[in-house]
Design a protein around this ligand. Structure first.
Ligand SMILES: C[S@@+](CC[C@H](N)C(=O)[O-])C[C@H]1O[C@@H](n2cnc3c(N)ncnc32)[C@H](O)[C@@H]1O
Length: 277
């Protein structure tokens, strides 16, 4: 079946159905990206035109769920982009531990758009492996947030297909995972270090400050104004000296870039500077 063309009016109609039935706003995401994903769902349902697909959406709660899931893609991996984790280990975390010791001994880390928890759990493993001493003196909180409840539930269950573990050294895999049929279970000690929440990254106002925020491979799906809104929200919850990490194909856009200085542009690691810097 050929990819189905979706016009702006049809996109708006699908958006309205999602808004009314799931309170899910599609307007913050890029139209092109949404159309491509809807078209994939239409092919799976053998709908030849958008009108037929809208009819299906009106009748099927299950298809609304499947569409919402398809629109917020949940692909991730343990230690995705290993060189970024190495930079965190060697350059970022040591100084964050030093400043947290001077500020009451608490370090807050946040994985935004956390998908199945791979990124947040990778940070927990990194800390256990390389900062065991600091963990004895510092209360480390790792929060992880995603808009999709089912994804959050899967993250809490922490059971993964092999492909999610392909960047893991054998030693780490043997130490922190055990097989369960064809899947791999993450150890309880690592699971206990992360708290998952359902939340929307376009509305970060109500959250507490965090010292290290990772928002990788999520921003790219948003329109430019919404990217700016999200980045401003992150800047507001980062204290001066706090760290932001974006995905490899993402960057700071708009005025908010003046609130950051680059620590490692290649790995998209930035430090929050004071507003009047
Ligand atoms: C491609 S995954 C990125 C996973 C991980 N950060 C990584 O880099 O491997 C993008 C995640 O962002 C989530 N997401 C999309 N829109 C969101 C929103 N408005 N608020 C919170 N999470 C969102 C999706 O549900 C998805 O799990």
């Amino acid at each position: 079946m050929e990819p189905v063309e979706i016009g702006d009016e049809e996109l708006a109609e699908i958006g309205l159905i999602l808004e009314m039935r799931r309170n899910f706003s599609m307007s913050v995401y890029k139209d092109k990206c949404m159309k491509r994903r809807i078209s994939i769902r239409m092919r799976s349902c053998r709908c030849h035109d958008a009108a037929a697909y809208c009819n299906l959406l009106r009748q099927s709660e299950q298809e609304i769920d499947l569409l919402q899931k398809a629109l917020t893609i949940h692909v991730s991996q343990f230690f995705r982009n290993p060189s970024m984790f190495e930079k965190l280990r060697s350059q970022v975390l040591p100084s964050l531990f030093v400043s947290s010791a001077m500020n009451g001994g608490k370090l807050r880390i946040w994985s935004l758009g956390c998908a199945g928890g791979e990124e947040a759990y990778s940070l927990a493993i990194l800390l256990r492996e390389h900062f065991a001493h600091q963990l004895q003196h510092t209360a480390v909180v790792i929060d992880a947030t995603d808009i999709d409840l089912e994804t959050i539930q899967a993250a809490r269950a922490a059971e993964y297909n092999e492909d999610r573990l392909k960047d893991l050294p054998d030693r780490i895999r043997a130490r922190y995972f055990r097989p369960n049929g064809s899947r791999m279970w993450l150890s309880q000690a690592i699971r206990d270090m992360v708290t998952f929440h359902q939340g929307n990254i376009t509305a970060l106002e109500k959250y507490l400050p965090h010292d290290l925020v990772l928002c990788r491979n999520t921003l790219i799906y948003f329109t430019r104004p919404d990217q700016e809104k999200i980045l401003n929200g992150i800047a507001d919850i980062l204290p001066q000296g706090g760290i932001l990490v974006l995905g490899k194909s993402e960057t700071l856009v708009g005025e908010v870039r003046h609130k950051f200085s680059a620590i490692c542009p290649v790995e998209r690691i930035y430090r929050r500077v004071s507003d009047c810097a």
